[in-house]
Design a protein around this ligand. Sequence first.
Ligand SMILES: Nc1ncnc2c1ncn2[C@@H]1O[C@H](COP(=O)(O)OP(=O)(O)OP(=O)(O)O)[C@@H](O)[C@H]1O
Ligand SMILES: [Mg+2]
Length: 268
Amino acid sequence: MNASEPRTILEARGLGRRFGGVVALEDYALTLREGELLGLIGPNGAGKTTAFNLLSGVLRPSTGRIRFAGRDVTGWPTHRIARLGIARTFQNVRLFGDLSVLDNVMAGLHARWGAGLVATALATPGQRRREGEIARRAQAALDFVGLGALAGRRASDLAYGQQRLVEIARAIATEPVVLLLDEPAAGMNPSETDALADLLRRLHGDLGVALVVVEHDMRLVMGVCGRIQVLEGGRLLAEGRPEEIQRNPAVIAAYLGSRRGAEHAHAG
Ligand SMILES: Nc1ncnc2c1ncn2[C@@H]1O[C@H](COP(=O)(O)OP(=O)(O)OP(=O)(O)O)[C@@H](O)[C@H]1O
Ligand SMILES: [Mg+2]
C-alpha cells in the first residue's frame, strides 16, 4: 500500500434498500478517502438520496455494511452517526422559516450536542457559556459560506439559493469529517452556483472535509469533483474521473445524453 495515499474514512459494501417490491438501491459500494470530493450522479429515481439516507442513518439498509472512521456503523441511528462526524443536507430545504438565520444554524448544534430549549431556559452559568460558544461557532459557519451579514434575518426572507447555503452552514458548524450534500445547487442561479463551487473547493481544500455531492448540474460536478460515481436504477453504472465519466458510452446513454439534450432545449 502507498503510504502517502489518504486513508479511507467512509466505506460501504453491498449496500441495498428495498421499499416493498421496489429496489431503491442494490449492491452499492463506496470507498471515500479523507478529504476527497466525490460526485454522485444519475437520473431521477436512481437511488442517490437513498444512498445518503443509508449512509447518514436516516434509513436502515436491507443489505450490506457501512464503516466510518474504522467502526462498523451499520444500522446506527442518525444522531449517533452525526455525533461521530457525518453531516448532511437534504434535497428540499428544511429550515425554520420564522427563526433567524443564526438560530437555524444553532439548532443544528443543539441537535448534535443534545442541549434543548429546557436546558436553555434553566440555564446555569456553564450552560450560558456553552450557548455563547454555540452562537460563535454558528456565526463562523455563516461567515464561511458568505452569509455572515445575514445572521439576524428571518430565514424565510432569504432567497432560495441563500437558504440552501444556510443548510450547508448548519451542517459544517458541527465540524463534520464527512459531508453529504443532496443537490446543493438546485434552485441556484449561475453566479450562486459558481460561488457554491468555490465553497466546495474551500471545504475540501482548506478544511479537509470529505464530501459526497449529489448534483444534476454537470458543469458543477465535472468542475469540482475528483471522482464520480454514476447510479442508474439503483445500481452503480460507472465510477471514475470526470473525463472518464464524460466519455463513458453507458453513462452517456443512460444519463448525460439526455441531460445534454435538455440543456440544448433550454438554450433554444
Ligand atoms: N420512502 C420511500 N418509499 C418508497 N419508495 C421510495 C422511498 N424512497 C425512495 N423510494 C424509491 O426508490 C427509488 C430511488 O429513489 P431516490 O429518492 O433514492 O432517487 P434519487 O436518485 O435521489 O432521485 P432524484 O434525482 O429524483 O432525487 C425511486 O424509485 C423511489 O421512488
Ligand atoms: Mg434525490
